[in-house]
Design a protein around this ligand. Structure first.
Ligand code: ST9
Length: 106
């Protein structure tokens, strides 16, 4: 079942705000893969399908970003918003499950 559009938008905006407000350095270090997944879904949700040309040889980061976005093809904005929120829940759960164990003191 799909959720109403404005509910999906509000949840997405809340997730985006949280991620933008996270400190750049903290106990959790997202991998490039994780960052690119968030990036692709964010662009798809906000801008729609990627219609730009792929950056050239001198911009490898731009090419990774372009690839992460364009691989989402024609995914709808609502589906990208929902996937972004789901991805955040998944990562948050991983962080909750791992950090306290690692930092446990005897
Ligand atoms: C820590 C605290 O250790 C404890 C852990 C708590 C864990 C909670 C778990 C919740 C989930 C966390 C997931 C993190 C994943 C990180 C993903 C990063 C993408 N989403 O405006 P610009 C695009 S925290 C996706 O110049 P800003 C934007 O379109 C320690 N993409 O820069 C642009 O691309 P283009 C770890 C977004 O505003 C490009 O990013 N801390 C979003 O200075 C740059 O945008 C972190 O991981 C968005 N919400 O930076 C920090 N917004 O030019 C995570 C913009 O092509 N946050 N974009 O259009 C950041 O790195 C930045 O806030 C930022 C935006 C990159 C998202």
């Amino acid at each position: 079942m799909t959720e109403p559009k404005d509910h999906c938008q509000k949840r997405f905006q809340a997730a985006v705000d949280v991620i933008q407000k996270l400190p750049k350095n903290g106990v959790y270090r997202p991998s490039y893969d994780v960052m690119l997944r968030f990036y692709g879904l964010y662009k798809q949700a906000v801008c729609g399908p990627c219609r730009r040309s792929r950056p050239g040889f001198w911009d490898p980061v731009g090419r990774y970003k372009w690839d992460a976005w364009s691989r989402l093809g024609e995914m709808s904005s609502e589906a990208a918003m929902t996937a972004y929120v789901e991805e955040m829940k998944k990562v948050a759960e991983e962080v909750i499950n791992n950090i306290p164990v690692n930092e446990k003191t005897a």
